[in-house]
Design a protein around this ligand. Structure first.
Ligand code: URA
Length: 276
């Protein structure tokens, strides 16, 4: 039996390996061998689906209840439920409440917080990013980490701040390990976002990054081809203008591209000034 310090060193090495591999949160209280489950015959697998008893303390942690509700619903049912809930919401507050009690997206169960929005819903500009990261998950607000701080500086350069813009994401829960949200997760959350845009009713929409541009504007080209272009976005009875631009997280990695983002920001400023 290894002594305590050797055990500790082995555990630390294992945790470091997990972090490097992008595994940064536990989804359940006991390890699950999915390979063994897949190899088991169907009848035995049925018995294995019975959930293990859960420690009561786990239920006290928001969102960390069980993966079962999302898994028990098919993606089509989840998307249908999302559409019905989104349609029912008569205000942004109601929409947030309906989203908070929605159990159709598995991301909810690995995230700590729902990151519904930040900024001013009365603002003339609505900005939509991709997904919350670790800092957003901790605080429950979109764009508060390094990318968010760069976004603030970008807005400041054209005389805007969070009092003048409303901010949301394609998915409102952090994907584990900051992976990209899957197309299924995006599709399930989309009715909520579309309703959020409708209820916020901005004059201009800004899609930051490829994911947001693809999802909201239906553009297939990559963001480097699309950025700087305006697209129509249907908002109930009217059509508003939507600008595609680079994601601040990308600009942190590729600072030379900030000159392109600056062009887009100036175009946004002009559009605001034109509309008065
Ligand atoms: N990146 C996003 O797209 N959204 C956030 O909220 C933070 C980082």
């Amino acid at each position: 039996m290894p002594d305590a310090s050797a055990q500790r060193a082995a555990l630390e090495a294992l945790l470091e390996f997990y972090v490097e591999a992008g595994v940064d949160c536990a989804l359940d209280e006991a390890p699950q061998d999915r390979f063994a489950e897949a190899a088991r015959p169907a009848s035995a697998a049925g018995a294995a689906e019975q959930p293990a008893p859960r420690p009561a303390a786990l239920d006290a942690v928001p969102n960390r209840r069980s993966l079962a509700p999302a898994a028990a619903t098919s993606p089509d049912q989840a998307a249908q439920d999302a559409r019905e809930r989104a349609r029912r919401a008569a205000s942004l507050q109601e929409l947030e409440e309906l989203l908070a009690s929605f159990e159709g997206c598995a991301l909810k169960f690995s995230a700590k917080s729902l990151c519904f929005s930040d900024g001013n819903p009365e603002g003339r500009v609505m900005i939509v990013g991709e997904a919350p990261g670790a800092d957003e998950d901790r605080t429950g607000k979109p764009f508060v980490g390094r990318a968010g701080q760069l976004l603030d500086r970008m807005l400041k350069a054209i005389g805007l701040d969070r009092g003048a813009v409303y901010i949301a994401n394609i998915v409102p829960w952090r994907p584990p390990g900051n992976r990209d949200p899957t197309p299924q997760e995006v599709a399930i959350c989309k009715p909520f976002l579309e309703r959020q845009i409708e209820l916020a009713n901005p004059d201009l929409l800004v899609c930051v990054g490829g994911a947001s541009t693809r999802e909201l504007l239906g553009v297939k080209d990559g963001i480097l081809r699309t950025r700087g272009r305006w697209f129509p976005y249907r908002l109930g009875e009217r059509e508003i203008r939507a600008l595609a631009t680079l994601h601040p997280a990308y600009l942190l990695r590729s600072p030379l591209q900030k000159r392109l983002a600056w062009r887009d920001l100036r175009a946004l400023r002009r559009a605001l000034d034109e509309k008065g």
